[in-house]
Design a binder for this molecule. Structure first.
Ligand code: PMP
Ligand code: GLN
Length: 413
């Protein structure tokens, strides 16, 4: 294994997907819907496959299929409030992973420091390291608001701690709003504080917004690229998987100013080169439909979060009833819960993992039959204890499945 991958052998996904295959638990682990995507996106793909235009089965433009970059540019020009050049300011890649990878490889050089806010989607750290960068971690801190209800918004940045992380070697900061795993949606004030530091230190902001359409009332998703002076220095990442509930299609994108996106194009043309044509065509059709009804009730981007709101409340209820303390998310489709009050009822020594949340989740899979993800996977080594008494559950599941999960947990207790 080349030195640049040393120390990166472990992946919580590889481990937990195998665990689910071995024990067949009710799976609330890896994040994906267990129900059908919107009908129109399936029929769009069906149409594309049968289309008389046989070229739809062949290679398309490398950095993004023309029909897809065209509608992405229309949509985001509208949302950001400026005109986005489809050819120079967008990259389409293999999922948000591909877009993140091209971003990191295209901008981070040996010795560059990159600030990562914790908890973070786990691939950021290995990508920064592979690019030769040095991650600097800044955890969100929990502020006890003396309320019995824990909320993702109780986790905030300590302004001084964040400021101290910036210096002349800082190349970029990675933010993720809505955040996976916490479900925190960054407020305008928080984003403004980050933006001011980016401008002060001439830093690029990498904004992972794959859950941009999954935000619960009254919160609003704010795109940091739309704040004054931020377009010039922001690369925003999105995912068709999260947007249309089609995680298996693995199409994602990045958009930003031409000079920054240029570097992503170079990485992409020298690695992936081009993504699936029919999938991009079908996703373009999906976006065209959504764009025509944006903000209206019949729009999937409006109805999906409403549907998820119920599921979120249902999960919070059953976790509370069985003695866990859920943290109510403002966005995304995960719920973190504190399981520490159950510790005395569990034989953690049955597993020999270093961190308790790994022992707990494995024990739960094997003995109770419910799978969650250990949140310490979303922290750097020295901050992993911050995730140890927590577990992450995914709630974008059929009501029946969630009901079954509630029953299993109730019967266990
Ligand atoms: N970023 C975050 C925060 C995610 O949760 C995910 C989900 N896998 C990704 C990026 C990657 O998205 P994709 O499946 O489109 O590669
Ligand atoms: N984003 C999803 C999750 O956090 C999927 C992760 C993955 O595919 N590696 O569960």
């Amino acid at each position: 294994l080349p030195a640049r991958y040393q120390g990166q052998q472990e992946s919580v996904w590889e481990e937990y997907i195998q665990l689910a295959a071995d024990y067949d638990p009710l799976d609330l682990g890896q994040g994906f819907p267990d129900f059908s995507p919107p009908e129109y996106i399936i029929s769009a793909l069906d149409q594309v496959i049968k289309d008389k235009d046989i070229l739809l089965h062949q290679y398309t433009r490398g950095c993004g299929h023309p029909r897809l970059i065209s509608i992405l540019s229309k949509l985001y020009s509208h949302l950001i409030g400026r005109s986005i050049d489809p050819e120079k300011e967008i990259l389409v890649s293999t999922g948000a992973y591909g877009a993140l990878y091209s971003t990191m490889m295209g901008h981070i050089d040996q010795g560059d420091e990159v600030i990562i806010i914790e908890p973070f989607f786990d691939c950021y750290e290995p990508m920064v390291l592979t690019a030769g960068g040095i991650p600097r971690f800044v955890p969100l801190r929990y502020n006890n608001n003396n309320s019995s209800i824990l909320k993702s918004s109780d986790w905030t940045l300590d302004p001084e701690e964040l400021e101290k992380a910036f210096n002349s070697k800082t190349k970029a900061i990675i933010i993720n709003t809505p955040n996976n795993p916490l479900g925190k949606v960054f407020t305008e004030n928080e984003l403004q504080m980050i933006a001011n530091l980016c401008k002060k230190w001439n830093v690029i902001c990498i904004s992972d917004e794959v859950y941009e359409w999954l935000v619960y009332e009254p919160q609003k998703h704010i795109r940091i690229a739309s704040l004054p002076g931020m377009w010039e220095r922001t690369i925003t990442v999105g995912s068709a998987g999260k947007t249309f509930s089609i995680t298996g299609w693995k199409i994602g994108w990045a958009y930003g100013p031409a000079n920054l996106i240029h570097n992503l194009h170079i990485v992409h043309q020298n690695s992936i080169y081009t993504c699936s044509t029919p999938l991009q065509e079908a996703i373009a059709i999906g976006f065209e439909k959504e764009f025509s009804c944006l903000g209206q009730d019949n729009c999937y981007f409006t109805s999906l979060p409403r549907q998820l709101e119920q599921k979120k409340n249902y999960m919070a209820d059953f976790l509370t009833k069985m003695g866990m303390k859920p943290i109510i998310p403002d966005g995304g489709y995960f719920m973190i819960a504190d399981w520490s009050s159950l510790e005395s009822e569990i034989d953690l020594s049955a597993e020999n993992d270093k961190y308790k949340d790994y022992c707990f989740t494995k024990w739960l899979t094997k003995n109770v039959g419910i799978q969650g993800i250990p949140p310490s996977a979303f922290y750097s080594e020295s901050h992993k204890p911050l995730g140890e008494k927590l577990v992450r559950f995914c709630f974008i599941k059929e009501d029946e499945k969630l009901k079954k999960a509630a029953e299993i947990l109730e019967n266990w207790k």
